[in-house]
Design a protein around this ligand. Structure first.
Ligand code: ARG
Ligand code: ZN
Length: 460
């Protein structure tokens, strides 16, 4: 669902230029991840049929079919998807077998007939292979991470192509359904809501899931494990579906159960401050594997080993900041992490813990000589996306902004930001423009000091 700003919505007329096909682009142009994504089309839906069998603690076999619909934005002789580490067996476009090349993670498909501008097409890809434990640019595990009992699937920023062919660009959100078949006894949990009951045949069980709200590819999950699954509902009727790995230690299970029991209250509290909860389900996946971090996968975050209260508040806040409004470029990641960190400060204060002011002061107390202050928050580089400053200086920036524009305008901004860019993306400059519009203030110098300069600001 790509909605480039400033471009007119296509009408029903096919422009004559549309009859001259040209190849779609092979990257979306993010400066940090130059090979991610593609151009020339808008992905509408992904239907992923995944048949997974764990082999040992660090590998498994995946046999999969993706049926996706897309709409060409120009007339295409070929188009591109990202897929790494798995092999393609066949590609069909609108039912006709297509030719393709697949090298260095780039799958380029040449359909028998060109894809006409503005018209939808159905692309069916049979693929699969052996899964392992992929790592990101910093060496952290991500993507389809094979575990001893299944897979922990967390893709931020560019791990989605480790398990399905995708236009891996947060600006191209789509609707997803998942049909995941695993050995009987295991559970498979994805984003959103279950479709029907799991079905078992010949020792294999199929779980189907549906996320009805547009979703960025990095927020997809289809985690597999020996999970205990429970479903409850909030007073507003929102389903909370939790899956906890039976191998989680008793101590971590106790901590996680207590924290997850607060999800409904967190959603209610954040809804008051951030606007209505943006999705149709919520919950958590707690996997025993030591991937080492949690990820705010849409509607249902994934936690590694334990879900602590502060982390749960953080991941739930991401449903507004990160998942409703996603980063336009990866350089904008502080808008995800700063808001989620700030929100966890709010939850702590709300529940009788440290006040937001104290949390902010603790970050500001970092000595000016610390390398902490050298991160340029709005341009941390591809290996700085998850630096401490992105979270903590990001949150402090929001606290300082609240002092600068006043509590009332800040409260308006908290709700306006995800609302304005709902199911889409926003950039740092979009955020600054909105803050200036709401406050009527010129905030250029403020944001220069807080997010564009690698030194400790002195405007406290
Ligand atoms: N967005 C996640 C969080 O704040 C962190 C993801 C870290 N990802 C990574 N590849 N290191 O909870
Ligand atoms: Zn986060």
């Amino acid at each position: 669902m790509l909605r480039p700003r400033g471009q007119r919505r296509p009408g029903h007329r096919l422009p004559l230029t549309g009859l001259r096909p040209s190849p779609g682009g092979t990257c979306a142009g993010d400066p940090y991840f130059p090979v991610m994504g593609a151009t020339g089309y808008d992905a509408l839906t992904y239907h992923l049929y995944l048949d997974y069998t764990p082999v040992d603690a660090s590998s498994g076999t995946l046999d999969a079919t993706s049926t996706m619909t897309l709409r060409a934005t120009e007339t295409l002789s070929s188009f591109n998807l990202d897929l790494r580490g798995l092999d393609v067996a066949s590609v069909r476009v609108n039912g006709l077998r297509a030719t393709y090349t697949h090298t260095d993670g780039e799958l380029t498909v040449t359909p028998r007939l060109p894809l006409l501008a503005h018209l939808p097409a159905v692309v069916t890809i049979d693929y699969g292979g052996t899964t392992g434990r992929p790592t990101d640019i910093e060496g952290s595990l991500y993507g389809w991470v094979s575990t001893s009992d299944g897979a922990m699937v967390v893709n931020e920023p560019d791990g989605a192509p480790t398990w399905f062919p995708v236009n891996d660009d947060p600006n191209d959100k789509a609707i997803y359904t998942f049909s995941i078949t695993v050995p009987e006894g295991k559970a498979a949990i994805a984003n959103g809501l279950p479709i029907g009951k799991p079905r078992t045949r010949d020792g294999r069980t199929t779980y189907r899931w549906f996320e009805p709200s547009p979703m960025a590819s990095y927020l997809t999950t289809a985690s597999v494990g020996d999970f205990d699954v429970t479903t409850t509902k909030t007073v507003d009727g929102l389903p909370i579906i939790n899956a906890i790995d039976r191998d989680v230690t008793p101590a971590n299970r106790t901590i996680s159960d207590a924290a997850l029991a607060k999800q409904a209250d967190m959603i209610a509290f954040f809804s008051d401050h951030f606007g209505p909860y943006p999705f149709t389900s919520a919950g958590a996946i707690v996997d025993d594997d030591n991937v080492g971090y949690a990820l705010e996968t849409q509607s249902r975050a994934v936690y590694s080993r334990v879900a602590r209260e502060g982390t749960v508040a953080h991941e739930i806040a991401h449903q507004w900041y990160g998942n409703t409004v996603s980063p336009h470029r990866w350089a904008d990641i502080w808008l995800n992490e700063g808001f989620a960190t700030f929100a966890a400060w709010m939850w702590a204060e709300q529940t009788g813990g440290q006040t937001v002011a104290t949390s902010a002061a603790a970050v500001y107390a970092t000595p000016a000589t610390s390398p902490f202050w050298s991160t340029i928050v709005a341009d941390p580089g591809p290996t700085g996306l998850f630096a401490s400053a992105i979270y903590n200086r990001g949150a402090l920036t929001l606290y300082e902004l609240q002092q600068e524009i006043g509590a009332q305008d800040f409260a308006t901004l908290l709700k306006a930001w995800p609302k304005k860019h709902r199911y889409a993306t926003g950039s740092t400059s979009d955020f600054i423009a909105l803050a200036e519009r709401i406050s009527g203030q010129d905030l250029g110098a403020f944001f220069d000091a807080w997010v564009y300069t690698g030194t400790k600001p002195t405007t406290w």
